[in-house]
Design a protein around this ligand. Structure first.
Ligand SMILES: Nc1nc2c(ncn2[C@@H]2O[C@H](COP(=O)(O)OP(=O)(O)OP(=O)(O)O)[C@@H](O)[C@H]2O)c(=O)[nH]1
Ligand SMILES: [Mg+2]
Length: 230
């Protein structure tokens, strides 16, 4: 067993998951895939490579997939729990760079919006959506983090243990914002490491109107509760 585990949520990533798993094999990490019954055979591709898969019964959201994966990682005693997307947007070379910073902060965020961070092949719309979400999150919650929605992260296990992850409610990418907020509430330290985020070349984005709406509604209600001092 390695001391770090990469938890990868998947839904229909058959075209990109194989390349990612092959690259991760070269790193000192264990891998756990949380697949939501992808009809395209994503889970079979993983198992054929000897990678462990937890299969959930249907598409139930990124948040729940991570909660399941994190609980297993903590139960098994890993020291570092890594989040990574399966769609090719997160580069294994960036993860390697981030792993060099383990121990400097309890949460390391792979950040697109710090100096030397970058995006590739994104439409202006996607860029503004991401920057807008971060600006809104910072406006209502004063998090002071440049990329609160990034899904390439390394959590120190001791930090995760004091976060009561089962009470994190978000299901879409708002999960990343809620987790960041909880880290700050628990006094965790956060470091942002520049990464290059590359738009997926295969498959389709799972971001939907409902997922964006969840983020707006949750952020607004957290902001209002904060305003009235609760
Ligand atoms: N298990 C599970 N995984 C999911 C679900 N929704 C998305 N994912 C996975 O979570 C990762 C991120 O999803 P994407 O569709 O890339 O969404 P995103 O990265 O927020 O959006 P893009 O910027 O468009 O790529 C990918 O590995 C997806 O396969 C879900 O409901 N369940
Ligand atoms: Mg993606």
């Amino acid at each position: 067993m390695n001391t770090s585990i990469v938890v990868i949520p998947t839904y229909n990533e058959v075209e990109s998951i194989g390349v990612l798993l092959d690259a991760l094999k070269l790193l000192p990490v264990d891998v756990l895939v949380i697949d939501d019954a992808s009809p395209d055979g994503t889970a079979e591709i993983c198992r054929a490579r000897g990678v462990e898969v937890i299969s959930r019964s249907g598409k139930m959201g990124l948040g729940g997939a991570y909660r399941t994966g994190f609980a297993v990682a903590l139960e098994r005693g890993y020291s570092n729990v890594i989040e990574m997307d399966a769609d090719g947007s997160h580069q294994v070379s960036d993860l390697v760079k981030m792993m060099e910073w383990i121990g400097t902060s309890e949460l390391l965020i792979g950040s697109r919006w710090v100096a030397d961070g970058a995006i590739q092949n994104w439409s202006r719309f996607r860029e503004y959506l991401s920057k807008g979400a971060n600006a809104y999150a910072n406006a209502v919650l004063s998090l002071g983090i440049k990329d609160t929605t990034s899904g390439l992260r390394i959590y120190n296990a001791e930090l995760l243990k004091r976060m009561d992850i089962s009470t994190i409610k978000s299901e879409g990418y708002c999960f990343q914002i809620e987790m960041t907020r909880r880290v700050i509430a628990r006094g965790g330290s956060i470091g942002e490491i520049p990464i290059t985020f590359i738009e997926r070349a295969h498959g389709v984005s799972k971001i939907s109107f409902a997922i964006a709406l969840e983020a707006v509604l949750r952020l607004t209600s957290w902001g209002l509760l904060r305003l009235i001092g609760r």
